[in-house]
Write a protein that binds this ligand. Sequence first.
Ligand SMILES: Nc1ncnc2c1ncn2[C@@H]1O[C@H](COP(=O)(O)OP(=O)(O)OP(=O)(O)O)[C@@H](O)[C@H]1O
Length: 261
Amino acid sequence: MSSPVLDFSKVSVVRGGTRILDQVNWVVLPDERWVILGPNGAGKTTLLQIAAAAMHPTSGVATLLGERLGKSDVFDIKPRIGLASSAMAKRIPADEVVLDVVLTAAYAVTGRWNEVYEDVDVNRARRVLAEWKLSAFDDRRFGTLSDGEQKRVQIARAVMADPEVLLLDEPAASLDLGSREELLQLLGGFASNPKSPAMVMVTHHVEEIPPGFSHVLLLAGGAVTAAGPIGEVLTSENLTATFGLPIELTSSDGRFTARAA
Ligand SMILES: Nc1ncnc2c1ncn2[C@@H]1O[C@H](COP(=O)(O)OP(=O)(O)OP(=O)(O)O)[C@@H](O)[C@H]1O
């Protein structure tokens, strides 16, 4: 068995006297694609922050890519992790050209400064932009793109550095139906490629789970209500327990729909 990319053991986070994460145990292997699902305030973003080495647990042990958080230098771990989130997007200058937004990821900075880019990096950035259907936008300024295009640029930027794990915080939030479906198709294609890194995606909606995702972690009140292969764990019963109201789940062709029962 290959080594885990993420290994959480009894991870808890306490902030201002509130227990935000409660004894979370979670293991992610390189070929797995996880969805983290749960209601507002469940602790999903906090869990992702730890997975991104952006926050340390109050107690418990988080091991990222074989490095124990708190014992290893986060500056060694962070470049190996790709993170796309709206918080990250806010740090991208609105007047930055899309090609540079992606290119700067190779140098772990936001905003072009004095770096001299190698042809090999420029070629890779163009390839990644094409992969995320962004070739037509490479000379556009980031701030002029639609929400859907900006989300794809964020992901392309995270993929550019060739991460060993790709973390996506609500990539489909605020997208219209067409943009959402376009993004889910791209994410599904990426997830199905065996060469892609491990993936973890936070979402509020089962409708936003791309086809090809393999596992789900359900979180409520900071605690895991269920975790494991999607086929076993994503059930009406587990969603009912997680969201605290009767929910009926239906699935078709690898996609899911949920509504109050
Ligand atoms: N510094 C803090 N002090 C106290 N409470 C905090 C702090 N940071 C976060 N919280 C609380 O922790 C809980 C979990 O937050 P988190 O953002 O991880 O949840 P989430 O599942 O991502 O929520 P959402 O779906 O609404 O984005 C929330 O109730 C939040 O108010």
